[in-house]
Design a protein around this ligand. Sequence first.
Ligand SMILES: NC(=O)c1ccc[n+]([C@@H]2O[C@H](COP(=O)([O-])OP(=O)(O)OC[C@H]3O[C@@H](n4cnc5c(N)ncnc54)[C@H](OP(=O)(O)O)[C@@H]3O)[C@@H](O)[C@H]2O)c1
Length: 285
Amino acid sequence: MKKLLIQLDTDKRASTFDQVVAYDAGADNLIIHSEITKEEVEDIIYGAIFTRSPKKMKNTAVFIGGSDVEKGEKIMEAVEDVFFANFRVSVMLDSNGSNTTAAASVLKVKEEIDLAGCEVLILAGTGPVGVRAAALFAMEGASVTITSRSQEKADKKAEMIKEEYDLEKIKGVEAKTDADFIKAMKNKEVILSAGPPGINFISREMWKNEDSIKVMADINAVSPAGIEGIEPPADGDTIDGIKVFGALGIGSLKMKLHKKAVAELFKTNDLSLNAVEVYKLNEKL
Ligand SMILES: NC(=O)c1ccc[n+]([C@@H]2O[C@H](COP(=O)([O-])OP(=O)(O)OC[C@H]3O[C@@H](n4cnc5c(N)ncnc54)[C@H](OP(=O)(O)O)[C@@H]3O)[C@@H](O)[C@H]2O)c1
C-alpha cells in the first residue's frame, strides 16, 4: 500500500524542502494543500481517516509546514480536533523548520556539556526556534534566560513556555545595548543565538572575556553571525577554548531528525510530533 503524506502548508507555494525530505524519508506520494486555513482542515482530514482500514491507516500521515509558525500551530490544533477514537493518522508540525531546528540546536550543545543545572542564555529567544529551544534546555534541567528587545515580550514568552511545557527555570531579560548583552552573559555556560538571519548580537570582544562560557551555537546562516566568530560549518570546533556550532553544523542533524520524524509517521497512526517528540527521536537515529 502506498505511503501517502498529506502536506498542509500555510504558504502560497508549499515548501520544496519539505517535499524533498518527505520523499527521501520514504513517502510514496504527497498530497499537497497550500495556503491552507484552519477552516479547510476538517474535510481534508476526513479524507485521510475514513478511507483506509484501521490496520492500514498508518500508511497515511499529515505534515504541517510553511513559513508562519503560529498559523502552523493553529492548523495542528484543527487537525487534532478532527481525530476521534482510533480514527486518526500520525501528524507532525515543522513550520519554518522550528521544531527540528530547535531540537538539533539543543542536541548539539548537549553533546558537549551536561545540561542539568547548566546556565543557558538564548539571544533573541522569543521566536519560534528560541522558544522551543528554551523549553528543551529547561526540560534537560538547565536554567534558561531568553533575551528580547522588549522586557514585556521576554516576560510574556518566558511565562508562555513555563505554562505550555510545565517547566520552571525560564526567565526573560531585555537586551538591546552591548552593556545589556554583557550583563546577560554573566555566569552563563551556554549561549545560543536564535535571532533572524544577518543580525549580530554579540561581538568577539564582548564574549571572549566571559570565562564561564563553555559552548556557543548560532543558527543564523547569513553573515554577520549572531555570535561573531562562529562560522556556519562549525560543528564542535574550538574557539578560544569554547566549543562552537554554526548553522550548517546544526543543520545536518536537523535534516536527519526531519527525515527520521517523517519515516516514523508511517509506523503507527497515533503520533503527534511537536518539539519534544522530535527531540526524543534523536535516540532512534
Ligand atoms: N540552520 C537551520 O537549519 C535553520 C532552520 C530554520 C531556521 N533557522 C534560523 O533560525 C533563526 C531563528 O528563527 P525564528 O523563526 O525563531 O526567528 P525570528 O522569529 O525571525 O526571530 C527571533 C527573534 O529575533 C528578534 N528580532 C527580530 N528582528 C530583529 C532585529 N531586526 N534585530 C534584533 N532582533 C530581532 C525578535 O525578538 P524580539 O522582538 O523579542 O526582540 C524575534 O522574536 C533564523 O535565523 C532562521 O533563519 C535555521
